[in-house]
Structure formats: structure tokens, C-alpha cells
Design a protein around this ligand. Structure first.
Ligand code: PLP
Length: 407
């Protein structure tokens, strides 16, 4: 008999679509996969060298301390302090290294959320947030998406969602799936709001913080109100900005007591993260990330421009996110011929949301795989990953947009 907790867990629609795509590929159909949540490039050669150097050492194959090697925790802390322009007070804050940022978030929610506590999540959101919150018995309170397609949620709407039960709020900037970071003015306003609610903790998922390619770059609430550091938890890792999704290293930073609790949970579940990779990272120069990302940012900027050009070409343009970060482009199907077609065809949809049906039709007819926005708390849209090589992306967009504009 399955536990109630597991029975309530939902499988992502993306996994189902990827299975359909795989089946079609086996039948010989060309598949363009626009669902990738990782950079298709090798990590920086320096990092690969450091990993090779650790291979012959016995300690690389043995347990690491549960919260991670102290040298790496110190180094990761210094890196975050430098890149965010902050200084954590000596002795009051700590860092825990986990098996990927997802585990960091999982342990963090476990450490601060009691059953019945409310956690505010801003839509469109990363798929795993509501699942992790629910897993630990929390109530996920979704705010947004904005009625004004492609615009940030109003800070006033967040204020209206706060209740005495609100324990935390999750912020992800630059965001997955929106592909944008909140403006400086928005983050400042947000910081001013949260300062006046001392019971609310901020879970700041900054896994894409270095991945921005237009504008001044993301800002974070504690940069406007440093006192918020006392109740902010920063999540980062090597998956996105170092192109190391498979090496599974995530970092969390925050007040010591909570970090200790996270370490306790980790000690009773997965133990310390991968020793070999931690040791390699200890010798890697984190400031090389910036140079490594330069050409990647050009690639993402060009691909984002290509999506907009193609939307224009197929007369699908409308107000939507002007992408400037992470590696996604979220598009809306609202008002597009395809949506009308699905509504009229008697397709089931789900509460007026046809995103999954449209994305399924898209795979079957064109071989292009897009993630339906329903998984992100947004109806009738799809997420395009910008990481594909330009020529393949152009081919995929021609097929996809041809389908989406067909009447
Ligand atoms: N947070 C966001 C917003 C993500 O998009 C992802 C991965 O897709 C993660 C966290 C998890 O990262 P990791 O692969 O390090 O577990």
C-alpha cells in the first residue's frame, strides 16, 4: 500500500510528453526537444582538470562531512558574498552542501515548514516548488500569474495573500520558466513589503543568478534591506551556471540554526554530497565562471531574439516576457488560432487550460517537444528552452509556429 504522501505527489506532464517523444523517435520521427533544463556544453576545462586530479585520491571515494567539506563551504560562501555584494556576520550564518539545489530546497522546506504553514509561491513557478511544499505538509499559496500577460505580479497582490499562517515566500530570479529577472524597482518594493512581516522567511532560489544576458542583472531583497539576511536562505549550485547538472552539487546559505537542521535531515537521508566533486570545486577558481558564461550568454541572447523574430514572422507576437535571464522563453497560446481550434474541437482541456493537449498535438504533428505551461501554474502556454544550437532551433520554431498559427 502506498503512503498517502506519495499518492498525493504528482508526476510532471513533461515526463509524459518526453516518453511520447521517445516513442516517436524510436519509430524514426525527427524530434526537436525544446524541454532541456541544462546547457548542452561541457563545463569549463579547468574544472574538468580539477576533477581528473582528484581521481587517484582515496579520499575522493570516501564520505564527506554531512554538511560538506568546510573549505568548500567557506569558498562557496565567499563566492556568494562577492557576487551579491553582501557580508554575512561571522559565526551567525553557515552553508550546507547538498546533492543538487533541489535537495537543498527539499531540506530547507523540511526544516522550516510545519504542516498547515502557508508558503507563497509566485506563478509562473518552477514545477517542484508546490510538490516539495505539499510533501512536507505545507499549504502552497500561489500568487499570479499576472493578468497582464508577460508582466511581473504586483507586489500588492503578494501583500493580499499574506496571512498569519504565512511562514515563507519563494523567490526565483532569474526565473524558470519565465526567463526573466524581476526589475530593481520590483525587488526593492518586495523587500519593503517583507520587512514589515517579521514572521516571513525568504527562500531565494538564485540558481540562475549568473545567467542573465540583458540589462543590469538580477537584484535581491537583502541588497536593499540587509536586515532581511537574518531570515533569507539563498540557494545556489553548480548545475546551471557551471553546466554540471549531473554532478549534483547544491549550496544553501542562511542562519546557522536552520543550516544545522538541514544538515541533520541530510545526515539521516543522503549524507554528505559527492566527495570527489566537492574536492575538485575546492581547487577551482569560481571567478572563472564569468568568462566561461560570456559566449553562452551570447548564444542565449541570440536564440531569444530568434524566437521573437519567428513569432513575428508567423504573426504570433503579443505582449509577453522580454527574456533576459535563465535559459527559457515562455510563450502564451492565448488568442492564437491553435487555441481556438482546440476549444472548438471538443478537446477536453482542463478548466479551460489546453496547454497539455496542444503540446501533445505539437509532438505528434511536428516532432517538436515544448513544456506545457500548466506545470508552472500558468494556463495555455508553453516553455521553449533556448539552449539548442541556432540552426536546429530555427527549424524547430518553423515547425512549431507553423502548427500554432494553423487554423
Ligand atoms: N531551482 C530551479 C528554478 C531550477 O530550474 C532547478 C533545475 O531545473 C533547480 C532549482 C534544481 O537544480 P539542481 O539540478 O541543482 O537540483
Amino acid at each position: 500500500m502506498l503512503s498517502e504522501r506519495v499518492q498525493n505527489a504528482r508526476e510532471s506532464i513533461t515526463l509524459k510528453l518526453n516518453a511520447t517523444a521517445e516513442e516517436l523517435r524510436r519509430e524514426g520521427k525527427t524530434i526537436y526537444n525544446l524541454t532541456a533544463g541544462q546547457l548542452p556544453f561541457p563545463p569549463e576545462s579547468q574544472l574538468i582538470d580539477e576533477i581528473s586530479k582528484q581521481l587517484p585520491k582515496l579520499a575522493s571515494f570516501q564520505y564527506s562531512p554531512v554538511p560538506g567539506f568546510p573549505e568548500l563551504r567557506k569558498k562557496a560562501t565567499a563566492y556568494v558574498e562577492k557576487t551579491r555584494g553582501i557580508r554575512w556576520e561571522e559565526g551567525r550564518f553557515d552553508c550546507v552542501i547538498s546533492t543538487g539545489a533541489k535537495q537543498s530546497i527539499f531540506n530547507l522546506v523540511a526544516s522550516i515548514v510545519d504542516p498547515g504553514d502557508e508558503v507563497i509561491v509566485l506563478a509562473p513557478y518552477w514545477v517542484s516548488y508546490p510538490e516539495i511544499i505539499r510533501y512536507w505538509g505545507g499549504q502552497c499559496v500561489v500568487v499570479g500569474p499576472s493578468q497582464d500577460v508577460g508582466k511581473d505580479i504586483k507586489v500588492q497582490s503578494i501583500k493580499e495573500a499574506i496571512t498569519p499562517k504565512t511562514k515563507a515566500i519563494l523567490l526565483n530570479t532569474p526565473g524558470n520558466p519565465s526567463g526573466v529577472y524581476y526589475s530593481q524597482q520590483w525587488v526593492h518594493e518586495f523587500a519593503e513589503l517583507i520587512v514589515s512581516y517579521p514572521q516571513i522567511q525568504i527562500l531565494s532560489d538564485e540558481i540562475y543568478s549568473q545567467l542573465y544576458y540583458d540589462g543590469p542583472g538580477p537584484r535581491f531583497p537583502y541588497q536593499f534591506r540587509p536586515e532581511l539576511l537574518d531570515r533569507t536562505f539563498i540557494i545556489d549550485g553548480i548545475s546551471k551556471s557551471m553546466a554540471c547538472t549531473g554532478l549534483r552539487i547544491g549550496f544553501s546559505f542562511g542562519p546557522k540554526k536552520t543550516m544545522k537542521a538541514m544538515s541533520t535531515i541530510q545526515g539521516q537521508s543522503t549524507s554528505g554530497a559527492n566527495s570527489l566533486i566537492q574536492k575538485a570545486l575546492m581547487n577551482y577558481n569560481f571567478s572563472d565562471i564569468e568568462n566561461y558564461l560570456d559566449p553562452i550568454k551570447d548564444h542565449l541572447r541570440n536564440n531569444s531574439a530568434l524566437v521573437r523574430e519567428k513569432l513575428d514572422q508567423y504573426s504570433l507576437s503579443k505582449a509577453w516576457y522580454q527574456t533576459n535571464g535563465a535559459f527559457y522563453f515562455l510563450m502564451s497560446f492565448e488568442g492564437l488560432p491553435i487555441l481556438e481550434r482546440f476549444k472548438k474541437s471538443g478537446s477536453k482541456g482542463k478548466d479551460g487550460d489546453y496547454a497539455a493537449d496542444i503540446c501533445e498535438g505539437l509532438i505528434e504533428e511536428t516532432g517538436v517537444v515544448m513544456v506545457p505551461s500548466s506545470d508552472f501554474g500558468q494556463t495555455n502556454g508553453g516553455r521553449i528552452s533556448l539552449v539548442l544550437e541556432k540552426k536546429a532551433l530555427a527549424e524547430a520554431l518553423d515547425l512549431a509556429f507553423g502548427y500554432l498559427s494553423s487554423t
